[in-house]
Ligand binder design. Structure first.
Ligand code: HEM
Length: 500
């Protein structure tokens, strides 16, 4: 464990790599016995080397000095004092988690600035945003940065999820942190979605209307069962989200409170627990082989600080530069009697919207719930620890990943092709029961094929890890494909268009 092993050495430099060097945070009279000339060398504890740790003994003085330095250094409050070189490999993490942390910070700062001029009422919201863009000095850039950061957060949280999955980082005691991560993933999506409504323009109004219809998608099932009058689960979820049947002041108030208080606070607490867990779990995951374990750990200060500052500078540079060229959209003021056509949800929900167009219940509830269940359960189904810290679990896993991606591509493209070219059940048998439409559509068929495929991979390889990788890859590729279709290939009345 990085934490425990760091107890005997001071922050600031690496005794073996930089003999005798003085680094910020390590100057001062007290040195670790490992650094003293003539010390007994590695392998012995501070207590053994210093001849005791009672009050006034060198080890006791060293411990006090170490505590003093850590308490005075904010960086070392968050980071472990030492880090394994494997965690610093840029192609292991790609700095995605750190980027997310900074993006969240940028969102909080720009969000607070925007709030100074924003009014959360249906009569004033649109004009207050217009003022921010055209009247408030710097308001346009701040709004653009806020919007860009929110889109990047959604994209990068997804990439971070992929990276932690494909490096097997959910195993080896990190199960809880993975589960916390999945909750954070959902919170990031909701945070972005709740902000969508606030400008109260045509785009936001109809996107949230679509979102609220997705929330009500359980009605397809309860209608078929004839129980909607007694158990209107869809209606309940919709009312919970927007406070009624249609988007209005109640929805705006709820979204505003969710966006500026509840969700950021939740994400802040979860981020704290997430970071704490990384330390408790012994730092980032790494292969459990002898060569990796033998590698000498490095002091985090100042090495990791410089790496993180470089990521921060990069994130800020990209955001500020793009903010001058990419305008956050603002259409006409929301008009409930003039629907946008096509009315599209935010881009990250367009995959779900595409599935909803096949079957409301299957696309809006069944598939998302199954996908979340799968994500939460991965670390408890796959307990194989030999692949931790290795991208794709080595060449065997890479092959499984490619094959699953190709299979998913075929399954999705073939079904969409049939649907667009020849129609689907209701086009062939107009009087067919809605049960068939609900049970047999590209959403449910894909889930079934992927699940069977994953079982087959599991049986053939005898590995739960390979099976999880096959299912995860197939689901992710399908999600990306349905999202691409929703973004670029759906036009007015949700008709298929050739692209653009
Ligand atoms: C706002 C959201 C998030 C933030 C700010 C965040 C931040 C971080 C940071 C800074 C790290 C260490 C550096 C790195 O791995 O890049 C990390 C590691 C980790 N994250 Fe996240 N994360 C978030 C969301 C997620 C999600 C959605 C998941 C997965 C479902 C996840 C799972 C993990 C795991 C398992 C680790 C440990 C990785 C390892 O041991 O190699 N995190 N996270």
């Amino acid at each position: 464990m990085e934490e425990r092993s760091s107890n005997n050495t001071p922050p600031g430099n690496h005794p073996r790599q930089q003999p005798g060097s003085q680094q910020p945070g390590n100057e001062g009279p007290v040195k670790s016995p490992r650094q003293q000339p003539g010390s007994q060398g590695p392998g012995k504890t501070v207590r053994q080397q210093s001849g005791g740790d009672g009050p006034g003994a060198p080890a006791d003085q060293y411990r006090r000095e170490r505590i003093r330095r850590v308490t005075q250094n904010f960086f070392l409050h968050i980071h472990s004092t030492r880090v394994h070189p494997h965690a610093l490999n840029p192609t292991y993490t790609f700095g995605l988690g750190v980027m997310l942390g900074f993006l969240f910070l940028v969102m909080i700062i720009t969000g607070v600035l925007l709030m100074l001029h924003y009014t959360p009422s249906v009569d004033a919201a649109y004009n207050s945003v217009k003022d921010i863009v055209h009247v408030v000095p710097g308001g346009r850039i701040i709004r653009n940065i806020h919007r860009l950061a929110s889109n990047f957060m959604v994209l990068i949280v997804f990439l971070h999820l992929l990276r932690t999955f494909y490096t097997g980082s959910y195993s080896g005691g990190r199960q809880l942190n993975w589960v916390i991560g999945v909750v954070m993933f959902v919170v990031v999506l909701l945070m972005s979605f709740s902000g969508y409504l606030l400008p109260w323009d045509q785009l936001s109004y109809w996107a949230v209307t679509i979102g609220s219809n997705i929330a009500a998608s359980a009605r397809e099932l309860t209608d078929l069962l004839g129980i909607t009058r007694f158990a209107d689960i869809g209606g309940f979820l919709q009312r919970l989200l927007i406070g009624g049947e249609t988007v209005g002041q109640e929805a705006l108030t709820r979204f505003f409170m969710l966006h500026v208080i509840f969700l950021p606070m939740t994400l802040l607490v979860l981020t704290g627990v997430h970071f704490w867990r990384i330390r408790k779990d012994g730092g980032l995951s790494r292969p459990k082989d002898e060569a990796t374990e033998k590698q000498e750990k490095l002091y985090s200060w100042p090495l990791v600080m410089w790496a993180e500052l470089a990521i921060l500078a990069g994130v800020l540079a990209v955001l500020v530069l793009l903010a001058f060229f990419v305008e956050a959209p603002l259409l006409e003021q929301a008009n409930p009697s003039h629907p946008e056509n096509p009315a599209k949800s935010p881009w990250y929900f367009l995959g779900i919207q595409e599935l909803v167009s096949y079957s409301a219940f299957a696309g809006g509830l069944l598939v998302p719930v199954l996908f979340l269940y799968f994500l939460f359960s991965i670390p408890y189904k796959d307990r194989e620890e030999q692949y931790i810290g290795q991208w794709f679990s080595g060449s065997k896993g890479l092959k499984v990943t490619w094959k699953a991606a190709f299979m998913s591509l075929l399954v999705v493209v073939l079904q969409v092709f049939i649907m667009v070219r020849f129609g689907w059940l209701r086009d062939w048998f107009p009087g067919i029961s809605q049960w068939f439409v609900l049970l047999f559509n590209p959403a449910t068929i894909s889930v079934l094929v992927f699940a069977l495929y994953a079982v087959r991979v599991g049986r053939k390889s005898g590995s739960a890890r390979m099976s999880a990788m096959a299912l995860f890859t197939a689901a992710v590729v399908a999600l990306i494909l349905f999202t691409v279709i929703g973004i670029w290939f759906r036009g007015a009345n949700w008709e298929f268009i050739a692209g653009g």
